[in-house]
Design a protein around this ligand. Structure first.
Ligand code: NOJ
Length: 508
């Protein structure tokens, strides 16, 4: 750029010249940034079964732990909301596929409802209507050249399996393998992208909080048991696919893990240590056994939980041990890394030696202070602020720590109260794509694609108040009409040109 070269010799005496120089500086920065998506990059958007399907008890579907939880809430609070109908995607899936097509998406990420396929969770009855529904959805996607990316477990465990002990019992490993085999058998000829579990860090809270299904009160114990079993179940399913299906079906299997990027607040060793502890407890817990070269839980977790358990007078650590066989069996069970990320935090070590009492995950992790910069624009829920730098840094952290594993961003999106002219969602998406492209072009991270959360508005695990959808769902309309928000138009233009429009980029 000639103008950029001339910039260095520009005379800046007069006001006009100063303004011109500033404008040129901005233009030069934008020109320097590579805004093109790499060859083969996959654009997607997602939903999950319980959040959109509705039809909770029709066509043979069994009850899930989320049906049970939301109905229990409703019985004591008439204003509580459920996903009994939600966006009614069970009947209106064609409209979802049309929305994905209008956006020019390469893939649609959705989950399969385990109790819709297996009403009791086990193989005692395979529900033909459930199989038909997902066949229809997958076929409709394929007809429109959209790849299905399927999550096997997005939190809606069959209630019957919960009654037998649920994810805290190791019976789940066999049942999950049976379920996965059925999915590969029925859908694997057309589905090439699978993830086993979505966000274990989120669903383990069902064992320490009444807010989250199944609402079991076992802090500092239940979550570790659940994580242990789902890591084994994940590995079983990975090996099952590798041994019996991959040769013919040629697909990929992995897991989706979530964390908002934790950045040390200062360069002090204390803040660095706190951040590392936070990362290992919240991400390494699941990622280290699968993606690291040593396998197993992070050493810092094993050590701290064993020490606390000893001090509590327990005969063994509350964190179960894998043993050598399982460490080897789980290690390497991935074909990519599924990343969910929405925001960032500053992490520091609090200036106090005070600790809260009681057995809990938080006490095992030890004191950390999480803060967000109040100048970061806020979404409609707490701890949700706009900080796109975190996406680039998180991608780099995962790539650096886990041998350059290819990453698929499986969730990323903006939450608001449902504006149709959703300019903040546009800003969020364009600048997160830009951060992703910086990770690709400047940090050399392999990023396979990105999935916006969410394709349409969804039931946000308790209410419909907060919206992520590129498409609005009119919940007052019995037809649940879908309507494109302004962000949908911008995304359609991006998928068409495979390049980011400069007009929405933040000027740093
Ligand atoms: C996490 C979950 O996977 C999804 O179900 C949820 O709606 C979004 N992120 C937003 O909270």
């Amino acid at each position: 750029m000639k103008a950029c070269e001339a910039l260095s010799s520009a005379q800046t005496g007069a006001t006009m010249q100063v303004l011109l120089v500033l404008a040129l500086l901005v233009a030069c920065r934008a020109a320097a940034r590579n805004l093109s998506f790499p060859q083969g990059f996959m654009f997607g958007a997602g939903t999950a079964a319980y959040q959109v399907e509705g039809a909770w008890n029709t066509s043979g579907k069994g009850e899930s732990i989320w049906d049970r939880l939301t109905h229990a809430r409703l019985s004591s609070d008439p204003s509580a909301e459920t996903a009994d109908v939600a966006a009614d995607s069970y009947h209106r899936y064609r409209e979802d596929v049309l929305a994905a097509k209008n956006l020019g998406l390469d893939f649609y990420r959705f989950s399969i409802s385990w109790p819709r396929i297996l009403p009791k969770g086990d193989l005692s009855f395979v529900n033909p209507d459930g199989i038909n529904y997902y066949n229809n959805l997958i076929n409709e996607l394929k007809r429109n050249n959209i790849e299905p990316l399927v999550t096997m477990y997005h939190w809606d465990l069959p209630q019957h399996l919960q009654d037998l002990g649920g994810l805290a019992s190791d019976i789940i490993i066999d049942y999950f393998e049976d379920y996965a085999r059925l999915l590969f058998t029925h859908f694997g000829d057309r589905v090439k992208w699978w993830t086993t579990f979505n966000e274990p860090l989120s669903f383990v809270t069902g064992y320490s909080s009444a807010w989250f299904a199944p609402g079991v009160d076992a802090p500092g114990v239940g979550g570790y048991l659940v994580a242990h079993n789902i890591l084994k179940a994940h590995a079983r399913v990975y090996h099952l696919y590798r041994q019996h299906f991959r040769g013919e079906q040629k697909g990929k299997v992995s897991i989706t893990l979530n964390l908002n990027y934790p950045q040390p607040k200062t360069s002090s060793p204390a803040d660095h240590d706190a951040t590392e502890r936070y990362l290992q407890f919240n991400l390494g817990w699941f990622a280290h056994p699968i993606y690291s070269s040593e396998g197993d839980y992070p050493a810092i977790m094993k050590e701290r939980i064993a020490n606390n358990s000893r001090a509590e007078g327990l005969p063994r650590s509350r964190l179960p041990e894998f043993g050598e066989h399982w460490v080897k069996y789980i290690r390497g069970t991935h074909d990519f890394y599924g990343m969910n990320i929405y925001s960032s935090y500053y992490v520091s070590a609090p200036n106090t030696s005070e600790t809260s009492s009681g057995i809990s995950f938080a006490n095992d992790m030890g004191p950390v202070l999480l803060e967000q910069d109040p100048s970061w624009p806020a979404g409609s829920i707490s701890n949700f602020r706009y900080a796109p730098f975190g996406l680039r840094k998180m991608l780099k952290w995962v790539s650096d720590n886990y041998h350059g594993v290819p990453v698929l961003v499986t969730e990323n999106g903006w939450v608001d109260r449902g504006e149709m002219n959703d300019s903040m969602r546009i800003r969020y998406l364009v600048n997160h794509y830009a951060a992703l492209l910086d990770a690709v072009h400047l940090d050399h991270v392999t990023v396979l694609g990105h999935s916006v959360w969410s394709l349409i508005d969804t039931f946000e695990w308790g209410s419909y108040e907060n919206k992520y959808g590129l498409y609005r769902v009119d919940y007052k309309d019995p037809r649940r009409a879908r309507q494109a928000r302004a962000s949908a138009e911008v995304l359609a233009a991006i998928t068409r040109t495979r390049r980011l429009p400069e007009q929405y980029l933040d000027q740093e």
